[in-house]
Design a protein around this ligand. Structure first.
Ligand SMILES: NC(=O)c1ccc[n+]([C@@H]2O[C@H](COP(=O)([O-])OP(=O)(O)OC[C@H]3O[C@@H](n4cnc5c(N)ncnc54)[C@H](O)[C@@H]3O)[C@@H](O)[C@H]2O)c1
Length: 272
């Protein structure tokens, strides 16, 4: 599937991986890109993409919360009305709320269980929201096909759309990430199901699992954590650059023979 000339929706586009992907899609000739984020840094990034690209691409900032259904619909309504139907969706917005699942107080002997409220928040942002942003695009492609009298997708039409969900190496488990790892593992099941259902409308779905990537999310863990718990278990002995993840995302978007999951982990090999 060509990226050139396509309309894309990226969430979490104000930072890290989402931001690098927006820049990469612009360079690869996307016609229009929605930069969705809760911070209005998305506006600065859209402006800089537009300045660099001239008239060949339009980056459009949308500031809001990805868990908000009205906001999600507005993004797709505006993009469709002004630039055409989005056919690439990478819902990359994500958060961490890291704590041990069970913490035992060594003086009182009392065990504290990970907060359910925090678990629910991480679920809402990292699992439910990306799935619903993907579903929004598939639904609109389905309606568009119906309106044009098209029935079941036929390979001769070419692929109609691509979704890439952002998993993580933590989907296989990571100490202190009970909520985060559960959401990232959950995305695997969602992507596999969407692959089966959405191909009816010609839409592919896959998951990219990045390893530790040099973004504010990872930097917030602190240098000491990175030196002690990340680099020793990363065979490349460095953090991954967001641009490398953006390149892998473009591979998943554009190479239609690829389905399922791709690991871009710089040789992550954690100890027991
Ligand atoms: N950095 C890594 O090492 C790494 C590894 C594996 C997976 N990931 C995943 O990649 C994705 C991007 O991560 P990143 O490292 O670029 O993080 P980041 O913190 O740099 O960027 C995340 C962006 O998402 C936005 N966001 C968060 N909650 C939001 C909400 N409710 N509504 C709208 N926007 C919201 C933030 O404002 C931020 O701009 C996430 O899904 C993350 O889980 C990151």
């Amino acid at each position: 599937m060509q990226i050139n000339g396509k309309v894309a929706v990226i969430t979490g586009a104000a930072s890290g991986i989402g931001r690098a992907l927006a820049q990469e899609l612009a360079q690869r000739g996307a016609k229009a890109i929605a930069l969705v984020d809760r911070t209005d840094v998305a506006t600065e990034i859209a402006n800089s993409i537009n300045e660099r690209a001239g008239k060949s691409v339009v980056a459009v900032p949308f500031v809001g919360d990805v868990t908000n259904e009205e906001f999600r619909k507005k993004v797709f309504d505006d993009m469709t009305a002004n630039h055409g139907l989005p056919t690439i969706c990478v819902p990359a917005a994500g958060i961490t709320r890291d704590k041990l699942a069970i913490r035992l107080d060594k003086t009182t002997g009392k065990a504290t269980i990970y907060s359910k409220e925090e678990f629910q928040l991480v679920l809402d942002v990292n699992l439910t929201a990306p799935i619903y942003w993907a579903l929004e695009m598939i639904a609109r492609i389905a309606e568009d096909r119906f309106a044009r009298g098209l029935k079941r997708w036929d390979p001769s039409e070419g692929v109609q759309g691509a979704i890439v969900l952002i998993g993580s190496i933590s989907s296989q488990g990571n100490r202190g990430q009970i909520s985060y790892s559960a959401t990232k593992a959950g995305l695997e099941g969602a992507a596999a199901t969407l692959m089966m259902e959405a191909m009816f409308y010609g839409v592919r779905s896959s998951v990219l699992h990045p390893g530790f990537t040099d973004t504010p999310m990872v930097r917030s863990m602190g240098n000491e954590y990175i030196e002690k718990h990340v680099l020793p278990y990363t065979l490349l002995k460095r953090l991954i650059r967001p641009e490398e993840i953006a390149d892998a995302l473009c591979f998943l978007i554009s190479n239609s023979a690829v389905s399922g999951e791709l690991w871009a982990d710089a040789g992550w090999s954690p100890s027991a």
